[in-house]
Design a protein around this ligand. Structure first.
Ligand code: SME
Length: 161
């Protein structure tokens, strides 16, 4: 297993995704434990992009329950009809929120959060399994580049579920 990440600190996001995705693949392919892999994925995303908060909420007993994350303290349980995470889970679509204050029902975990992207994660049978949530302290920080780059990461997760 690689002990450190290699990426160019001055690169734009598109290049950064290209640089880190092969490293994420090789990190997870040698490890069968899901939580260990999700934990390392949050560490890679936090280190490479410096996002405010990166983490997983996984479906357990009819709710989304906090999984591995990096960043400030977060709420532990989210109902499917709550927040951006619940919206991404129920619609099974990627949700980009340019300004969290304008999203009805947004759950404030950190007052520093300004924008957010949430991606659904599916298992191999196509059933929704949980979500990947990324928060930024900057307004309008997420674009189609992030949707595509992070989708490649959720696709890697599907393969190890
Ligand atoms: N803001 C999210 C809740 C999770 S935190 O941002 C870590 C939401 O509205 O679903």
């Amino acid at each position: 297993m690689a002990e450190s990440l290699a990426f160019s600190k001055t690169s734009g996001r598109e290049t950064l995704y290209k640089e880190i995705i092969p490293q994420i693949k090789s990190l997870v392919e040698g490890e069968s434990d899901l939580i260990a892999n999700l934990a390392n994925i949050t560490a890679v995303l936090k280190e490479a992009f410096g996002f405010l908060w990166v983490g997983f909420y996984l479906e357990k007993g009819g709710q989304l329950v906090l999984g591995p994350f990096q960043g400030p303290l977060a709420c532990t349980r989210i109902n499917f009809d709550q927040g951006v995470c619940g919206h991404a889970y129920t619609t099974q679509e990627i949700v980009i929120v340019p300004n969290v204050d304008e999203f009805p029902g947004h759950i404030v975990c950190s007052s520093a959060s300004r924008s957010e992207i949430v991606l659904p994660i599916f298992d191999k049978s196509g059933e929704i399994f949980g979500v990947l949530d990324v928060d930024s302290d900057r307004l309008s920080d997420f674009s189609e580049t992030d949707a595509q780059g992070l989708s490649r990461i959720t696709d890697i997760i599907t393969k190890i579920l």
